[in-house]
Write a protein that binds this ligand. Structure first.
Ligand code: ADP
Ligand code: MG
Length: 243
C-alpha cells in the first residue's frame, strides 16, 4: 500500500505522543514519543510488559484521555483542538470499548447495558428500531435468551459478550479492547477472541491490548511497547486486512 493510500485509510494517526502523569512530586512518563497509524479494517495488537504504557496508549487512542503533547487525528480531525463535549460525541459515535473487567452496570439488565452508549448519545432507547438493534446484538453474541438478566446472574464470558454487544451498539468504526480475555478461562477466552475475529472479518477495525502471544497471533500487526515507546512492530504474514 502506498503511503498516500495508507494515510487516506487512516482512522487514527498519532505523532510524537507523550503522556506524563503527575503523582505528587513525581512525574511518571507513561508515553515517550509514540507514532502510530491505524488503518481501516486492520487488527492491531499492542503488547509489552506491565507498566510499558499499553493501557495509557489505548486510552489515548480511544479519546478517554488526552496526551500531554503530540498530534492526534481521528478520521482526519485534530483531537487536540476539540472541546471536551465534541470529543465525547466523536468518541461515542466512532469508538467502542471492551475492558478486562467488563465494566457493566450491575443494576441494569443485559439489554439495558447494551443500550448505555445510545443513552449517552441522547437516543430514545425505547424507539422500536433502537430496541431491535440492541436485541439483535444480544442475539449476535449468543445472549438473546438472557435479555432481562443482570450481570451477577451471568458468567464472566457472558458478561464480556454483553460488553462486546455494547461496544457495537453505535456501529463504531473501531473497537478498542484492553486485555478482553484477561479474566476469562482459556476456553471462554477463545470464544471471545473468535467473536472479535468475526467482527474484524466483517470490516471492524480492532485495536487490542494483550500480554499473551497466543492472543496477539490473531492480529495483522503486533506493536511491541517498552518503557513508553514502541520498541518494534511485527506484521503477521498471512493475515491480510479484510476489505
Ligand atoms: P500497562 O497497561 O502497559 O501495564 P500503563 O499504561 O497502565 O501500563 O502504565 C504506564 C505507566 O504509567 C506505569 O508506570 C503506571 O504506573 C503509570 N500510570 C498509568 N496510569 C496512571 C495514572 N492515572 N496516574 C499515575 N500514573 C499512571
Ligand atoms: Mg494495562
Amino acid at each position: 500500500m502506498s503511503e498516500a493510500t495508507a494515510a487516506e485509510n487512516a482512522i487514527i494517526r498519532i505523532n510524537g505522543i507523550h503522556k506524563i502523569f503527575q503523582v505528587g512530586d513525581v512525574e511518571v512518563r507513561a508515553l515517550r514519543g509514540v507514532d502510530l497509524t491505524i488503518t481501516e479494517g486492520s487488527y492491531v495488537a499492542i503488547m509489552g510488559p506491565s507498566g510499558s504504557g499499553k493501557s495509557t496508549m489505548l486510552n489515548i487512542l480511544g479519546c478517554l484521555d488526552r496526551p500531554t503533547r503530540g498530534k492526534y487525528f481521528l478520521g482526519g480531525e485534530n483531537v487536540a483542538e476539540m472541546e471536551d463535549d465534541i470529543l465525547s460525541q466523536a468518541r461515542g459515535k466512532r469508538l467502542g470499548f471492551i475492558f478486562q473487567s467488563y465494566n457493566l452496570i450491575q443494576q441494569l439488565t443485559v439489554i439495558e447495558n447494551i443500550q448505555v452508549p445510545l443513552i449517552y448519545q441522547g437516543v430514545d432507547v425505547n424507539a422500536p428500531e433502537h430496541l431491535k438493534r440492541a436485541t439483535d446484538l444480544a442475539e449476535l453474541v449468543g445472549l438473546g435468551d438472557r435479555l432481562d438478566h443482570r450481570p451477577m446472574q451471568l458468567s464472566g464470558g457472558q458478561q464480556q459478550r454483553v460488553a462486546i454487544a455494547r461496544s457495537l451498539v453505535n456501529d463504531p468504526l473501531m473497537i478498542l479492547a484492553d486485555e478482553p480475555t484477561g479474566n476469562l478461562d482459556s476456553a471462554t477466552g477463545l470464544e471471545v477472541l473468535d467473536l472479535i475475529d468475526t467482527l474484524n472479518s466483517e470490516g471492524k477495525t480492532i485495536v487490542l491490548v494483550t500480554h499473551d502471544d497466543f492472543v496477539a497471533e490473531r492480529a495483522h500487526r503486533v506493536v511491541h511497547m517498552y518503557d513508553g515507546q514502541i520498541a518494534r512492530e511485527v506484521i503477521n504474514k498471512g493475515k491480510a486486512v479484510a476489505k
